[in-house]
Design a protein around this ligand. Structure first.
Ligand code: MN
Length: 709
């Protein structure tokens, strides 16, 4: 019977995994085969050929049993009726997590083709993957899809090739997966520029034939010379990948022959000192190019790559590039992050795998930090290691990078200040969510705006971006000034009335004089100052009316100005938190410098003790038509019985009041409940309390007016 791909896979994993692990992979193989039964790939092959091929791309990297199992199952959750829970049950939670991570990545679609967006998309992928193995499996999945791309439509193959070139090949490169990276690039190139690819690959084939003789001659000389000097070494010829050649031609405007004119060799030795000895021997054999030597062993490249690079004049003056490194360094250069898995498969090691990856990457980072050119690599790794950013989509598919913890409001402001200032609701993945909702990687966020909406001060408690914070503060301040000016105008009007004048009758000249005297820029500023308590309404009124102190004292006494509260004053009028006045309560206003008008109840305890010189007391009254919800605090003493809190809450709801806050203190057989409720006025509060008294367990109800700050 001929050997199948499945047999080959099992053979490959048996070479480095334990029998127990191989058995799991065998059962995953059967499971996947059954799940995909009857499904065909675009090429007409049975679907199972795809997961097997993906797993086989990963076996040379010696990935662990969990990763190979997940590779075999990676399309099961997407394309069949099998759930992640079933996978967890059968193959364990870690495998299920890998498969789940892969299906999440599958849902991401890269839509715009701008460079900056591609970078963010790569970061989003890395951040979402969390586990490096997810990325490795995803890359293998993409590689096999690229290898079989000729069976899909032309338009689709171009789109996939584009995405591979922009997103997946750079990720493979960054992770140091050299072989994978070069194949991904070459295949993308083939589908993006079929003609150039055909011409170049044909030329390359011819050139390789012609070069064979020169290459083998150079190889022989180097091998001989190293052996003469007792250096144990492996010497290989080195070929650039096709897309690499193409890029070099483009970047340096070189002809194909010029690029190919350079011969590449690699010398692999046992240890670091041998690298330098081999270098000396090579420079003795062929003259080095001045200024071309690079020591990436002493100073590794950003992705951890280590090697000596030199260029020499070969026979007949042919330029030759040579890389000298240890076998160890070569392993890292070829398989990057994955090299960490090679030859590690014991049970304990697999359990610690994730942790070890982190340690490995971290130690790499440490060594890089000293070498200096680590910034770029650090930045790309940190999305994996220190996930402090989230990447979300706008409805049009544009990607936004936000700090972790960012909310829908942060997103709204990062799109545009106006969107932030006008936002009223948010949809995440087409579902309505509160504006404070924290965004997660890959979320599609849509902001609902209303033309007359304003920022809410409460947003400041949860936004995390400085842009949102700054814009909200700015908008609130402007709003505050507007509202204060409106209140100030009314306060001034009342004061003028009490002096027997009308605001609208004050002549222009009087205003000009008062503005000059008070060095204010505009009436609006004077109004706002009065509203905020920075100027006294009575003083300005007298200045406008040109009355002197003695005269005004007389009229003032006979005519007191009362401010009626409409409930629409916004932030210019604050209801004191200590006594929480509600319509119907006798009230008094206090103007405090910089804060505006604060309304207390007549009997507020904090008023009695707190009087100081910087305050002005003002008569205020509720407007008859005031309609607004006010917060009020009540205290209940209830007998401890099961369900009493629910009864109380239901009764409050029945009376059409909202509970803003509740806390309680347990005192033996009784409990004290403190509620903050929203009511319209005293009548409303009375009906709430009436309802509560009917509950047998409620022993006492009081309204609380001395709430500690
Ligand atoms: Mn797949």
């Amino acid at each position: 019977m001929p050997q199948t791909d499945a047999d080959t896979l099992l053979q490959e994993v048996s070479a480095y995994l334990k029998p127990k692990d191989v058995a799991q992979i065998e059962s995953a193989l059967a499971f996947s085969r059954a799940a995909h039964e009857g499904q065909l790939r675009q090429s007409g092959e049975p679907y199972i050929s795809h997961p097997i091929a993906v797993a086989r791309i990963l076996t040379p990297l010696h990935l662990d049993a969990q990763a190979i199992t997940a590779a075999l199952l990676h399309d099961v959750a997407e394309d069949t009726s099998i759930s992640i829970d079933e996978i967890a049950e059968k193959f364990g939670a870690p495998v299920a997590e890998l498969v789940d991570g892969l299906s999440k990545l599958d849902k991401l679609k890269f839509e715009t083709l701008q460079d900056a967006q591609a970078e963010n998309f790569r970061k989003m992928l890395m951040a979402m993957a969390r586990d490096v193995r997810v990325i490795l499996i995803k890359l293998a999945d993409r590689l096999h899809n690229m290898r079989t791309l000729n069976s899909v439509s032309k338009a689709k193959s171009r789109r996939i090739a584009h995405e591979t070139m922009d997103i997946y090949a750079p990720i493979a490169n960054r992770l140091g997966l050299n072989t994978l990276y070069q194949e991904l690039e070459d295949l993308s190139f083939k589908y993006l520029h079929p003609n150039r690819y055909a011409v170049l690959s044909k030329a390359l084939k011819v050139a390789r034939g012609n070069r064979r003789e020169v290459v083998s001659k150079i190889l022989e000389s180097i091998r001989q010379r190293l052996a003469d000097n007792h250096i144990l070494a492996e010497v290989r010829g080195r070929e650039k990948h096709l897309y690499g050649i193409y890029q070099k031609m483009q970047a340096k405007s070189l002809a194909f022959a010029q690029v190919l004119d350079i011969y590449g060799f690699r010398i692999l030795v046992e240890d670091v000192p041998s690298c330098y000895v081999a270098l000396g021997v090579l420079h003795g054999l062929y003259k080095p190019f001045p200024g071309k030597f690079k020591d990436y062993i002493a100073i590794p490249k950003a992705n951890g790559y280590q090697s000596l690079h030199t260029a020499v004049f070969g026979p007949f003056g042919t330029p030759i590039e040579v890389q000298i490194r240890t076998h160890e360094m070569n392993k890292l250069a070829e398989s990057g992050v994955a090299s960490h898995w090679l030859y590690k498969s014991s049970e304990a090691q697999i359990n610690e795998l994730h942790q070890k990856t982190h340690q490995w990457l971290q130690s790499l980072l440490e060594s890089l930090a000293q070498s200096g050119d680590s910034v770029e690599f650090l930045e790309h790794l940190k999305v994996d290691l220190f996930p402090d950013e989230v990447y979300v989509f706008s409805p049009k598919g544009k990607i936004y990078a936000l700090p972790r913890g960012a909310t829908a409001v942060d997103f709204a402001y990062s799109v545009h200040t106006d969107i932030g200032n006008r936002c009223v609701a948010a949809k995440v993945n087409a579902e309505l969510v509160p504006l404070r909702s924290e965004l997660r990687n890959g979320d599609r966020v849509e902001i609902v705006t209303a033309p007359l909406a304003h920022p809410n001060p409460a947003w400041l408690s949860y936004v995390v971006t400085s842009k949102a914070r700054g814009e909200i503060r700015h908008a609130l301040k402007t709003m505050h000034l507007d509202e204060s000016a409106k209140l100030g105008e009314r306060l001034l009007g009342q004061a003028l009335n009490s002096l027997g004048f009308k605001l609208q009758d004050i002549p222009e000249q009087s205003w000009d004089r008062v503005l000059k005297e008070s060095s204010a820029k505009s009436r609006q500023e004077i109004f706002a100052d009065i509203g905020l308590g920075r100027r006294l309404n009575m003083v300005i009124a007298r200045q406008l009316a040109k009355l002197n102190e003695a005269e005004s004292a007389r009229t003032e006494a006979s005519n007191s100005g009362i401010i009626t509260l409409l409930g629409t004053e916004g932030m210019a009028v604050q209801y004191a938190k200590c006594c929480r006045p509600i319509p119907g309560d006798p009230i008094i206003g206090v103007i405090r410098s910089g804060q505006g008008l604060i309304v207390h109840t007549h009997d507020c305890p904090s008023l009695r003790k707190g009087r100081n010189g910087s305050e002005e007391w003002i008569d205020v009254a509720w407007d008859r038509n005031i309609h607004k919800l006010f917060e009020v605090s009540i205290k209940l003493i209830v007998a401890n019985q099961r369900g009493v809190l629910a009864k109380v809450a239901a009764s409050i709801a029945d009376a059409e009041s909202n509970i803003e806050n509740v806390h309680f203190a347990n005192e033996g057989e009784y409990t004290e409940l403190f509620f903050t409720l929203q009511v319209n006025n005293r009548l409303h509060l009375a009906s709430v309390m009436r309802g509560l008294r009917r509950i047998p367990e409620v022993i006492r109800i009081t309204r609380v007016k001395n709430i500690p700050a």
